[in-house]
Ligand binder design. Structure first.
Ligand code: BG6
Length: 496
C-alpha cells in the first residue's frame, strides 16, 4: 500500500517502453530507473526494452541512458560502477502501428525472458500519443502478450492526456479496458508521485492538531496555486488542444484537491483511498461567474523579451486557448458546504511553485479578534520547489506592550542537509513494478474529473467575451484577483 510502510513484493520483470526515443524516457524514465537501481529498489532480475521506430542499436541506447542520467538524474552517474545497470537495457526497433511486428516483438521478449529469468512478468509503458493506446493494447492482446491466466502478470502504464473530454476519455478507456483489466491499468498523474502529495494524507490523518479542524466549522477557505514560469515550450500543437484546463486542472489540480478534501478512508489500501477521492470529485460544483481564464501576452523577465502565446511556434495567431485558469470551486458535501476552494494555475507567471493553503476561520470577536487587523491561522502545504509545511499563528510580541504579531513554524523537508527528494517518476515506477496502484488514477476518478471540466469548457463555449490577455511574468489577468476580492479575500502569495 503506497501510503503505508508495508512493502509489496518486488518480482522479476521486464519493462517495455513504447516511444522510448521521446522526451519522457530521456528526461524522466531513465534517470528514475537509475536512482531506483542505486537505491536497490529494482527487482532482480530486471531488464528494460526501449522500443522506437528509428534504426538504432542497443549500444546506442545504452549511451543515451548514460547521457540522460548525467543530465537529468538527481544522483550522479557513477561511471564504471554502473555497468550492471546499463547491461539491463536493450533496443528493439518497431513501428508499433504495424500489426505483424508484434509477433517478432513477442519472440524477442520471450528470448530475453529466458535469458533473464523474469518469468513472463511485464510492464508496458506507453510513452506515446494517446491515439496509439488502442492499437498497442489491442495488438498486445491479440499476440498473447496481455494478461494471461498463468502465473505471470502484465501491466500497462499510460500517460496523459487521457482524452479531450468525457466522451473521448470513455472511448479511450473502452479500447484499453477490452484488453487489460482495471487492476492492470496504471494511469499516471505525476503529481501523485511528488513527496508532499503523498504527505497530505499523513498530515491530515496522523495529526490531532489538524484533522478535527479540517471542515467548514473551522476552515474559512482553501487556495491552491500551481504556478509555472515556462511558456508552452515547443508543445504548441498539444497545448492548442488542451489549454491549462485540460493540461493541469483535469488531472493534477483535481487530484490534489481530492486528497485535501477527502474523508478518512476506512483503510490505507488502494481501493479505500480511491473510493474517498471519487466522492470528492463527484461533489464538485462551479458556476459560470466563478471561472476565470487568461492567455499570456508578451512580456519581459530579467530583461529578456518573452513572446506572446499567439506568437509561439505552431500556435494559431488568433488562438483563444487559455494558459491561465482561476476557479472558485464549491463542494456539495457535509464537510465542505460553504467553504470555497480557489484554484489557479498558469504559464509564464512570475515564479514556479505549487502550494496548498488552508486558511482557518477567525475566533469570536471578543478578547483579541475585535481587532480587525488580526489575521486567522494559515497552514501552507508546500509541494514544490520547497517541500514542507508552514504554519502561521498569533503570539504576543515580546515586551511590555500588548501587541499581537503573526509568527511562524516552518518545516522544510528538502532543506534538510543530505536530503535529496526522490523524483515523482521513481516512486511511480517503483509502485507499478510492485503492483501498487494507489498513486494512479482509477477510471471513475478520471470520469468525474472530466464531468467537472466539461462543465467549465461548456461555459467558455457559450461565452462571447474575448479571452483576457495578461503580460508574461505577471500573476494572470486582473479578473483572477477580483474573483477573490468579491468575497473579501485575496490570493496569498507564497508566504515566507
Ligand atoms: C504536465 C503538463 O503534466 O505538468 C505541463 O503537461 C506542465 O504543461 C507540467 O508544465 C508541470 O509539472 P511540474 O512537475 O513541473 O510542476
Amino acid at each position: 500500500m503506497a501510503f503505508q510502510n508495508g512493502v509489496k513484493e518486488m518480482e522479476p520483470c521486464i519493462l517495455v517502453i513504447f516511444g522510448a526515443t521521446g522526451d519522457l524516457a530521456h528526461r524522466k524514465l531513465y534517470p528514475a530507473l537509475y536512482n531506483l537501481w542505486q537505491g536497490g529498489q529494482l527487482p532482480d532480475p530486471f531488464a528494460v526494452v526501449s522500443i522506437g521506430r528509428r534504426e538504432k542499436t542497443t549500444e546506442i541506447v545504452r549511451e543515451e541512458v548514460v547521457e540522460s542520467v548525467q543530465t537529468f538524474s538527481r544522483n550522479e552517474w557513477e561511471g564504471g560502477g554502473s555497468e550492471d545497470f546499463l547491461q539491463k537495457f536493450y533496443y528493439y526497433q518497431q513501428d508499433f502501428r504495424d500489426e505483424e511486428s508484434y509477433d517478432h516483438l513477442q519472440e524477442f521478449l520471450g528470448t530475453l525472458e529466458e535469458e533473464w529469468n523474469t518469468g513472463g512478468n511485464r510492464v508496458y509503458f506507453l510513452a506515446v500519443a494517446p491515439e496509439f493506446f488502442g492499437t498497442i493494447s489491442e495488438q498486445l492482446y491479440h499476440h498473447g502478450m496481455a494478461p494471461n491466466e498463468g502465473r505471470s502478470w502484465q501491466r500497462v502504464v499510460i500517460e496523459k492526456p487521457f482524452g479531450q473530454d468525457l466522451e473521448s476519455a470513455k472511448e479511450l478507456n473502452q479500447v484499453i479496458d477490452r484488453h487489460f483489466s482495471e487492476e492492470n491499468i496504471y494511469r499516471i498523474d505525476h503529481y501523485l508521485g511528488k513527496e508532499m502529495a503523498q504527505n497530505i494524507m499523513v498530515l491530515r490523518f496522523a495529526n490531532t492538531l489538524f484533522e478535527p479542524l479540517w471542515n467548514n466549522r473551522f476552515v474559512d477557505h482553501v487556495q491552491m496555486t500551481l504556478a509555472e514560469t515556462v511558456g508552452v515550450e515547443g508543445r504548441g500543437p498539444y497545448y492548442e488542444e488542451s489549454g491549462a484546463l485540460r493540461d493541469m486542472v483535469q488531472n493534477h489540480m483535481l487530484q490534489l484537491l481530492a486528497l485535501v478534501a477527502m474523508e478518512p478512508p476506512v483503510a490505507l489500501d488502494t481501493e479505500s483511498v480511491r473510493d474517498e477521492k471519487v466522492k470528492v470529485l463527484r461533489s464538485l460544483d462551479i458556476s459560470p461567474d466563478s471561472v476565470v481564464r487568461g492567455q499570456y501576452g508578451e512580456g519581459t523577465r530579467a530583461g529578456e523579451h518573452l513572446p506572446a502565446y499567439r506568437d509561439e511556434e505552431r500556435v494559431s495567431s488568433a488562438s483563444t486557448v487559455e494558459t491561465f485558469v482561476a476557479l472558485k470551486v464549491s463542494m456539495e458535501n457535509f464537510r465542505w458546504a460553504g467553504v470555497p476552494f480557489y484554484l489557479r494555475t498558469g504559464k509564464r507567471l512570475p515564479r514556479k511553485y505549487s502550494e496548498i493553503i488552508v486558511k482557518f476561520r477567525k475566533l469570536p470577536g471578543v478578547l483579541y479578534f475585535q481587532n480587525e487587523t488580526l489575521d486567522s491561522n494559515v497552514l501552507v502545504i508546500r509541494v514544490q520547489p520547497d517541500e514542507g509545511v508552514y504554519l502561521k499563528f498569533n503570539a504576543k510580541q515580546p515586551g511590555t506592550g500588548e501587541t499581537i504579531v503573526p509568527v511562524t513554524m516552518d518545516f522544510c523537508q528538502n532543506c534538510m542537509e543530505g536530503y535529496n527528494s526522490p523524483e515523482a517518476y521513481e516512486r511511480l515506477l517503483y509502485d507499478v513494478i510492485r503492483g501498487d496502484s494507489t498513486l494512479f488514477t482509477r477510471w471513475d476518478e478520471v470520469e468525474h474529473s472530466w464531468r467537472f471540466v466539461d462543465k467549465i469548457a461548456q461555459f467558455w463555449k457559450g461565452s462571447r467575451e474575448d479571452i483576457p490577455i495578461y503580460p508574461s511574468g505577471t500573476w494572470g489577468p486582473v479578473q483572477s484577483e477580483l474573483l477573490l476580492r468579491e468575497d473579501g479575500r485575496d490570493w496569498l502569495y507564497h508566504l515566507q
